[in-house]
Design a protein around this ligand. Structure first.
Ligand SMILES: [Zn+2]
Length: 479
């Protein structure tokens, strides 16, 4: 071996040993392990992980057991659990929905042509369908979609969104389904059907399972559905109308257009409602090994919940958000197995009730036992495994973290745009002044909140890359 060869070998070894732990730690996160967790969380017995349902509890118990096996320190208020109460509504089999047109009966397909809203009431109703614009009743401001209609016991069909023009003296109500439903009910209706406006929800599913309903009363006998635009057009065709023309006319006139459609519908469903069901976040910790810095925290979180099942159809939520939950577990595992011991403390949290309006994350932030300024950063993983590249949100609100993320992006998979103001479970952290990043894949929402959000629609290579990136960011923050 000559002198030069010896120097080259030395340089080679030096370069390779520069970062041995990094290489080792990255490889601790594998697509196989991530997909394994997703398969378990999306299995039939987890029933779509609706908080308050046994399926959520099963998924939670499984994840808690994993936290325990990794030796995470329990950091809830009852072991790993941080308890809370949420509104809950199960929609078991059987359900029914038929349209009676003048010349034929249509049987819409559940999950494709229609779904029940997560907070529908129970009942069996056969009644005429009345179209009532945006379902807004504000006669004191000169706008009332229900004016002059006889709605007694009838089914009202409305746009789920609000008008895109403004009222001169006030703003529109919140556009939350519960508010529109209760307004229709106060006018005597027995059911409401929501449909998206023609230019809403482009590139994402129109008919979704959803428990995001807004605050207010729950009338146990009021039926609530969401249907596709195609089906709405069939309802409207009986009166020679169609959705797009109506929408444009409403927009041009800025005045209500409401009428009997001539179609009847038969709706039947029986639900199990509980205004105060028990659920919980799951919290585990790896304590920092630096006497001072261990009182500074990095929170790595994802929501474990999804929208449950309906009429016997499960919404598995593989991308949303079994993927993020698996990420939290694998990052915890990498830290537990590797020789790197962080100097700051790492908190791993699986939130409940994101789908109902960020309830678990809000509860976590509100009840955090240390000052909020001690949370150095929050990393939120939500819908990270379907699509083709990575987006990191909240970069505009946390530019330093965004820089760090860009520098950690070995594979150059991060899309060059971001946003501010939090987003999903990061929002309560953002509102409390905590810096954070929101990891999500681009073009993530092809099967969002549909029965098709299954493990086989995920992109395991991208999934692995985004979790490894999350791990590298966490490691830098922890040091
Ligand atoms: Zn979701």
């Amino acid at each position: 071996m000559n002198h030069i060869t010896r120097i080259l070998i030395f340089i080679f070894l030096f370069l390779n040993f520069q970062n041995p732990v990094s290489a080792l730690s990255d490889s601790l996160i594998s697509r196989e392990a991530l997909m394994h967790t997703v398969e378990i969380l999306t299995s039939a017995e987890m029933a779509g992980r609706l908080p308050g349902h046994a399926g959520f509890t099963r998924a939670a118990l499984y994840m808690t057991e994993q936290f325990q096996n990794l030796g995470l320190i329990p950091a809830g208020d009852d072991g790993y659990y941080q308890h809370m109460k949420v509104e809950y509504n199960a929609i078991p089999e059987p359900c029914g929905f038929e349209l009676h047109l003048r010349s034929q009966i249509i049987m819409p397909r559940h999950g494709i042509d229609y779904t029940f809203r997560g907070f529908t009431g129970s009942g069996d109703l056969f009644a005429p369908v009345v179209f009532a614009g945006f379902g807004i009743s504000m006669p004191e401001y000169g706008y009332d979609d229900f004016a002059g209609l006889d709605l007694k016991g009838k089914i009202v069909m409305v746009f789920k969104n609000n008008p895109d023009w403004k009222l001169p003296e006030t703003s529109w109500p919140g556009a939350l389904p519960r508010e529109k439903a209760n307004a229709a009910r106060e006018h005597g209706a027995g059911a409401i059907i929501f449909v998206s406006a023609p230019f809403e929800r482009i590139g994402i599913p129109e008919v979704i399972g959803s428990v995001l309903h807004g605050p207010g009363d729950h009338p146990a006998d009021f039926l609530q559905l969401m249907i596709s635009r195609e089906l709405a057009d069939k309802i409207l065709a009986e009166s020679g109308n169609d959705l797009e023309t109506l929408y444009n006319e409403l927009k041009n006139k800025q005045q209500p257009i409401s009428f009997e459609t001539g179609t009847k519908a038969h709706i039947s469903v029986r639900t199990e409602y509980n205004p105060e069901a028990s659920t919980f976040n799951i919290i585990g910790m790896i304590e920092g090994n630096d006497a001072k810095r261990k009182n500074e925290f990095i929170v790595i979180g994802a929501h474990l919940d999804h929208v449950g099942s309906q009429c016997g159809t499960i919404y598995p939520g593989a991308n949303d958000n079994a993927s993020g939950s698996a990420a939290v577990l694998e990052i915890a595992r990498a830290f537990s197995l590797s020789e790197i011991k962080p100097s700051r403390s790492l908190i791993f949290v699986l939130f409940t009730s994101e789908e109902q309006g960020l309830l678990g994350a809000g509860h976590f932030v509100e009840n955090f036992p240390e000052p909020h300024k001690n949370i150095i950063a929050m990393l939120n993983f939500d819908c990270i495994a379907h699509g083709d590249s990575i987006q990191i949100g909240n970069g505009k609100s946390s530019p330093e973290l965004w820089e760090l993320a860009r520098k950690s992006d070995n594979e150059k998979l991060v899309v060059d745009r971001s946003w501010g103001g939090g987003g999903a479970d990061l929002t309560p952290f953002f509102n409390a002044g905590i810096p954070g990043l929101y990891m999500v894949s681009t073009n993530s929402y092809t099967y969002l909140h549909t029965p098709e959000d299954k493990p086989e629609t995920l992109n395991p290579g991208l999934f692995e890359a985004i979790v490894r990136l999350g791990f590298r960011i966490t490691r830098k923050l922890a040091e």
